[in-house]
Design a protein around this ligand. Structure first.
Ligand SMILES: Cc1ncc(COP(=O)(O)O)c(C=O)c1O
Length: 450
């Protein structure tokens, strides 16, 4: 067991210095299925799928066996002049489930790099096709695409991006498709994707200098699991088609069945030009990402070593053999468990159970899509006034849930769930029961008049 000094050198992500002291991280010793176990062997349900990656839970025997077997053969080799069997097999397996005309797969190692690759490919594609003046990106308002500098230029969450936008570069942003606080004052029944009038305006003004439009399809995760309707996505695609703009779908968080379709773009029955994948690609075992493009994009890069058409990009661990073996096993499991078709019952249960949270006055909105569930808290349901940030009510709800054996983490005023797909009916009941207890305890402590 570590001494209290053990945390002295650690810098935790997305965590203030004071919180890291006041709330030191749980040290997880082992994991199995949807459960994590700390060093005292106390168990916690992994309610966020370890940052949205754990598709089949922890320690799935098939993925574990695949990684172990690969470890006995070769763990890593540079992907320049060499490739390993699982990496090769992975591209075949992935290609077999990609939508429409997506056919070329460029591997990297995390969601941010998948996005960096996509942005660079779009810029180079235009340079190679005689449109080198196309250098701007348009992004969906409220988007998040990772924390590296390029990915941040297309994100628009002030807390993460404002400082760096001032110092570096930013994209052009549409209105956010934030249905609960619709920027156009529409209700779900009357929505005709009017929020994307803003995209039309930007395209009208800037289309000749735009390299691509980038977006999180159907749900914007990091801004607070904001789910938007397919009509918005359809309008985005239609507008980009009308103005001849490349589309980059960032499916890092929502790909691989999470929204009830294998890829979230399928809700709009359209394939993007470029797609970014990561997180669930390896079932949550190892870092791996893919940027996938259609034939038109790839063809522009064809040429010999002197054609200046080569995509000069790569990461040391690109196509890592262990990660590829995990990804192959995970993609096979998607097929064998018939994901996403088999998720219907669990996602209906999630949707039904989360609606029970409307019994608390602090719940303003409950939204679900496939295996994504979110509850947005407010100070006043009628006015949608935001909670006083300094009272940290969502944070306290999650702390109280953790004490009862459920690990969840708020995003702003949103409590959300990204449970592994193999979560059973009873386990989901348990997740919701603990969350109710945590809500009640927090309201009793912090909002006794409610
Ligand atoms: C939509 C989206 N894109 C990109 C990323 C960045 O992925 P990573 O954290 O693996 O760099 C994330 C991470 O949450 C994401 O949600």
């Amino acid at each position: 067991m570590q001494s209290s000094k053990a945390f002295d050198h650690l810098w935790m992500p997305f965590t203030s210095w004071q919180d890291a002291i006041d709330y030191p991280p749980l040290v997880i010793k082992r994991a199995s299925g949807i459960h994590l176990y700390d060093r005292d062997d106390k168990s916690y349900i992994d309610g966020t799928g370890s940052w949205w990656v754990s598709l089949f839970g922890h320690g799935h025997p098939r993925i574990t066996a695949a990684v172990r077997k690969q470890l006995e053969q070769v763990e890593h080799v540079m992907m320049a002049g060499c490739i390993t069997e699982p990496t090769l097999h992975l591209t075949e397996l992935l290609a077999s489930i990609l939508p429409g005309v997506m056919s070329r797969i460029f591997l990297s190692d995390n969601g941010s790099t998948a996005v960096e690759v996509a942005l660079k490919m779009a810029l180079q594609y235009h340079a190679l096709t005689g449109c080198g003046n196309r250098t701007r990106f348009i992004a969906l308002g409220g988007g998040y695409h990772g924390d590296t500098l390029g990915a941040m230029t297309v994100g628009s969450i002030p807390r993460y991006h404002a400082l760096f936008h001032d110092r570096f570069k930013k994209a052009l942003y549409t209105d956010p498709p934030y249905c609960y606080r619709c920027p156009c004052g529409k209700e779900p029944g009357s929505c005709a994707a009017q929020c994307m009038d803003s995209l039309e305006k930007l395209l009208d003004e800037y289309h000749s200098s735009v390299a691509a439009f980038i977006f999180e399809p159907m749900a914007q995760g990091a801004v607070g699991m904001r789910i938007y309707p397919a009509v918005v996505l359809e309008r985005c695609f239609a507008l980009c088609k009308k103005f001849g703009i490349l589309t980059i779908a960032d499916e890092v968080a929502m790909g691989f069945g999470r929204t009830g379709k294998m890829f979230a773009c399928e809700h709009a029955h359209v394939s993007p030009d470029i797609m970014c994948l990561a997180k669930g690609l390896t079932g949550g075992y190892l870092p791996l990402a893919a940027t996938v493009v259609n034939k038109t994009i790839f063809d522009a890069f064809k040429g010999d070593a002197f054609s200046n058409r080569t995509f000069e990009h790569g990461h040391t661990f690109t196509g890592n053999a262990l990660a590829s073996a995990a990804a192959c096993a995970s993609l096979e499991l998607l097929r064998e468990y018939d994901i996403p078709a088999s998720l219907g019952a669990r996602s209906s249960q999630l949707s039904k159970l989360l609606r029970t949270f409307y019994r608390y006055d602090i719940v303003g909105d409950v939204r679900t899509l496939g295996m994504v569930g979110a509850i947005e808290l407010v100070a006043d349901r009628a006015t949608k006034k935001r909670l006083p940030a300094r009272e940290r009510i969502p944070f306290t709800i999650c702390r109280n849930a953790r004490a009862k054996g459920l690990l969840i983490r708020p995003i702003g005023d949103v409590i959300y769930f990204m449970l592994p797909y193999l979560t059973t009916e009873e386990q989901l009941d348990r997740v919701v029961a603990i969350t109710h207890e945590a809500f009640k305890e927090t309201i009793d402590e912090q909002l006794p008049h409610q």
